[in-house]
Each structure stands twice: as structure tokens, then as C-alpha cells.
Write a protein that binds this ligand. Structure first.
Ligand SMILES: *Cc1c(COP(=O)(O)O)cnc(C)c1O
Length: 406
């Protein structure tokens, strides 16, 4: 059988054949890439850009892998029962992550809400329909969090009607636990901002018969984190699908104990009269999430890391070649663990407010997004770049910094 590459070779040898087949015929034969019928960004005047900043929701997160997009396209052509898709995909995800069960949610945030809903209601349909009104239902109503972990995301928990109880020390934690305590919640990205570590948290919860949940939304890589917290004994583990895993941006995973996942699903579509009815993920995102996770678990992470580092070196060398510019390379331990450049400059040598630099890069062609920091600093990551874009970022950055040399 003739393969695609041979065919293309033949085509270029016989240019008339392409003309003979026509664009549609050539497309059908798989000879040329399908050109999208419409370019909506162009049509609506939406700015597209090179993302040298990172996986930010405001910047639409990450770009899905080709396999994920193919999965979405294929799934869009058939009907399936939503529950069956969740059950079959859930079993596969659970096996990959050492969890008893799993379900695809509308991002990590909805995993937090739905997981807690499952803890509160169990399999009691009346309680499911009562949420977020807890009074007089017999449901518990408090979630305990370390003060340093209580950043904006705990709103996902109060969505269920629960109240947040902040504590700092082990003594305070033990005193705070009472018959109303539903959950002990842990935020991995802030684990250095609390006095109580993962193991202590799980241990104290187990001693008191209270379930635990961990938010590790932005904490792959390392890939091992996908099973580490399940192995450690957290009852529920929540992760984003559209950050480093490059699954659908509107997908995430809730994984953990089977009885809790079963209960959480009672608050999820297709069931209405639930707090989760608006957190819908359809077959396309569920299957896309599975394919992204599967790829992420099996991929060569060392090679990926090396590629990110090489790109970072290209940008670092260009920036450092400007007198007065300093570049520091690091990888955050917690959250967004990827090679990161912190670029700073001496204002007496390079006069350039970071907001002006940000705007200039944004206004350039192609447009580039970086993350401005305090004073004369900015950060750049390379994991969301398409191959070759690091050269454009390096050139543009050097250009703007050089222009500002006093
Ligand atoms: C991104 C993030 C979330 C929200 O995740 P989504 O997948 O966007 O819903 C929650 N918690 C933390 C720590 C995050 O970084």
C-alpha cells in the first residue's frame, strides 16, 4: 500500500494530479491538511497570540493535543448515553491513577464542589435535591481548611452551602472537629503556607472518621502526583484537565473512593434538580479528557522537560545579551512545575516599565503574552509555546529591551 508521504512525493512529481483531484479530492485522499472552513478569530477580530506566560484561564489555558481534538471530532458524530461514557471512562482513569473510581468534571473547580456534594449527600436523593440548603436535613455543614490554604478556590466548597472553618495548628484542628465537620480540605499548591503536612492531615482525619480532599489542580508535572495523593490516602483528589495535561480546558477529574464518586455523580448531569446541573461535560470532553490523561501518563516527560529547557535557554540567552538585564531560571516546586524564566533589569540601564513592555509585546506582530511581575521583572514559561515560537519570543524580547537601553 502506498503511504501518505509517498503519495505527496508522487503528487509533487506530478503536479497535475493535485489539480486533477481538486482541493476536495486531495483532502478526501488525505493528501493535504483540511483547511478550516472559517477562521473565526480573523472574522470576529479576536486577537490570537504566542503564549509565553503559562496556563492561565484568562488566556484560555492550554492548546489541546491533536489526539484530543481528533477524539472530540469523532465523538461529536455519534450519540452515546452520558452515564455510560462516564462509567467506562471513569474505570480507565481510575486504573491509571490508582483510584477506586473517577469521573470527568467541568474543570477542577467543579470537581471540588461535586466531591463535597457527594460527601454531604451520600446516596440519599432527598439530600441531593436539598443542596445547597443544609439546615434541617441532617447533613453536615463545615469544611476545615488551614488558613494559608484558604485562597479563592474555597468558594467551590461554600457553593454546597458549607461554611469554611479556618485553623492553623494541629491543636486548633483537633478542637475544630465536631459533629458538623463534613470534610478536611487540603490545597497542594499552598502546602508550604500551612503548619500541617499532607500525611498529618490524612492521619488526623482518619482518626476522626472524616473524609479528606486535596486540590492539586495545577500540580502535574510531575506525573506521579496523579497517583501520589490517592496512594497517600486522600479520599478525593481533584485535578484540572486543561492545564499541563492539555485536555479540554473545560474538563477536570474527580477521583478517589468509589462510594464518594458514586454519590458525587448524583449531583451531576444528566440529573437535574442538582447543584451540579450547570457543570456539564459532554461525551466529547469526557473522552477527550481520557485521551489527554492517557497520553500524559505514557509520554516521555524527560524529553518534554528538555524541550522546555532548550526553548528557555534560547530566550534567556537573547535577553541576557542586553546590558543590564538579568535572567534567573527556576522551576516552582508547587504548582506549574516547569522551567520558568524570571527576567529583570536595572532601571538605570534599561528604562522600561514592565507594563509598557507587556503592551509592546502584545501590540507586536505576532502578538506575545508574558506575565509581568513586580517593578522591573517579568516571568516567561515555554511549555505553552508551539515549536519554533521561542525564537520569535527571544527576538522580540531582545528588540524591546535593547530599544530601552539608556
Ligand atoms: C486552576 C485551579 C483551579 C481551577 O481549576 P479549573 O480546572 O480551571 O476549574 C482550582 N484550584 C487551583 C489551585 C488551580 O490552580
Amino acid at each position: 500500500m502506498i503511504n501518505r508521504r509517498d503519495l505527496i512525493k508522487h503528487l509533487s512529481a506530478f503536479p497535475l494530479l493535485g489539480g486533477f483531484l481538486g482541493q476536495n479530492g486531495a483532502e478526501a485522499a488525505g493528501l493535504v491538511a483540511k483547511v478550516p472552513a472559517r477562521n473565526l478569530a480573523k472574522e470576529l477580530g479576536i486577537r490570537t497570540f504566542i503564549n509565553a506566560a503559562g496556563t492561565y484561564t484568562a488566556m484560555t489555558g492550554s492548546l489541546m493535543h491533536e489526539e484530543v481534538m481528533e477524539t472530540i471530532q469523532g465523538a461529536g458524530k455519534e450519540f452515546m448515553m452520558l452515564d455510560e461514557v462516564q462509567t467506562k471512562v471513569g474505570e480507565k482513569i481510575a486504573a491509571l491513577t490508582h483510584a477506586e473510581a473517577a469521573v470527568v468534571t467541568a474543570g477542577c473547580f467543579s470537581a471540588l464542589t461535586l466531591g463535597l456534594a457527594g460527601v454531604l449527600t451520600g446516596m440519599d436523593q432527598k439530600k441531593v435535591e436539598a443542596l445547597p440548603h443544609l439546615e434541617g436535613t441532617g447533613m453536615k455543614s463545615e469544611v476545615i481548611i488551614q488558613k494559608g490554604h484558604d485562597i479563592g478556590y474555597s468558594h467551590a466548597l461554600t457553593n454546597t452551602g458549607c461554611k469554611i472553618i479556618q485553623i492553623e495548628t494541629i491543636e486548633e484542628l483537633q478542637k475544630a472537629i465536631n459533629e458538623k465537620t463534613a470534610l478536611l480540605w487540603f490545597l497542594h499548591i499552598q502546602s508550604d503556607k500551612g503548619q500541617i503536612n499532607h500525611q498529618q492531615w490524612v492521619e488526623i482525619a482518619k482518626k476522626n472518621g472524616i473524609p479528606t480532599m486535596i486540590d492539586m489542580a495545577a500540580d502535574v508535572p510531575p506525573v506521579e502526583n496523579l497517583w501520589k495523593f490517592n496512594d497517600m490516602g486522600f479520599d478525593l483528589v481533584c485535578v484540572s484537565g486543561g492545564k499541563a495535561m492539555r485536555g479540554p480546558q473545560s474538563a477536570g477529574i474527580l477521583m478517589g473512593r468509589k462510594h464518594l464518586i458514586d454519590a458525587a455523580r448524583l449531583s451531576m448531569p444528566p440529573r437535574g434538580s442538582t447543584i451540579g446541573r450547570g457543570m456539564k461535560v459532554n461525551k466529547e470532553e469526557i473522552l477527550g479528557m481520557y485521551v489527554a490523561l492517557d497520553k500524559f501518563v505514557k509520554m516521555d516527560h524527560k524529553k518534554e522537560w528538555k524541550m522546555w529547557e532548550d526553548r528557555a535557554a534560547t530566550i534567556r540567552n537573547a535577553a541576557k545579551s542586553v546590558a543590564g538585564v538579568n535572567v534567573e531560571t527556576f522551576a516552582p516546586e508547587l504548582g506549574n512545575h516547569t522551567p520558568t524564566l524570571r527576567i529583570s533589569w536595572d532601571a538605570t540601564k534599561v528604562w522600561l516599565p514592565v507594563k509598557v513592555l507587556q503592551q509592546n509585546l502584545r501590540d507586536g506582530s505576532p502578538s506575545i503574552e508574558i506575565m509581568p511581575g513586580e517593578n522591573n521583572t517579568l516571568t516567561i514559561t515555554t511549555w505553552m509555546l508551539k515549536p519554533g515560537e521561542e525564537k520569535i519570543v527571544a527576538t522580540r524580547l531582545k528588540e524591546e529591551l535593547s530599544k530601552a537601553v539608556v
